[in-house]
Design a protein around this ligand. Structure first.
Ligand code: CU
Length: 171
């Protein structure tokens, strides 16, 4: 069932994601407070291993801070595999979340995510969700299919308002 949903999301693209997003209890203009509902399964959107085996087109480093992202603006190419090394340099838990995008992503290599979280928050309408405790880090790969401007932010209550928001430009 779960695998079918994820596969449908991959194959169906925007339409399916929109349906999943409709099921999300939070609107796009307010932080989602759904990360606690993360399932116990390991994030496995890349079940066929395609992202894991693909050549990396660009490597980025993103710091989560109390309370900002550095950098707060990134530009990548549509269809490229982007490897992002996340580090939470802050003292409290933060996350990197993209709510709506036609994209694939996966944890790659050593990850150090918040206990009980796996980043597999698709049912909550999130396209990508990487929660990290202070001082922890994670390697990820992602690929956004459609050019456009996407917002990323931290879903922890109040953090977005304090400045934890940024822009991902996909060309
Ligand atoms: Cu935060």
């Amino acid at each position: 069932m779960r695998r079918t949903l994820l596969l449908a999301a991959l194959l169906g693209g925007v339409g399916t994601l929109a349906i999943l997003a409709t099921a999300c209890s939070s609107g796009s203009d307010e932080p989602a407070a759904t990360s606690a509902a993360a399932t116990a399964e390991v994030h496995d959107e890349d079940a066929d291993g395609e992202l894991a085996d693909a050549a990396v087109g660009q490597s980025l480093k993103v710091e989560m801070q109390d309370f900002a992202f550095a950098p707060a603006a990134m530009t990548v190419k549509a269809g490229d595999v982007i490897e992002i090394a996340f580090t939470n340099e802050g003292t409290v838990t933060h996350d990197f979340t993209i709510e709506r995008a036609d994209m694939d992503w996966m944890m790659s290599g050593e990850t150090d995510m918040v206990a009980g979280h796996t980043g597999d928050d698709h049912e909550a309408g999130m396209a990508m969700h990487v929660p990290l405790e202070g001082g922890h880090d994670a390697m990820t790969r992602m690929r956004v299919h459609e050019p456009g401007e996407y917002v990323f932010y931290c879903t922890v209550a109040g953090h977005r308002e304090l400045g934890m928001e940024g822009k991902l430009t996909v060309q």
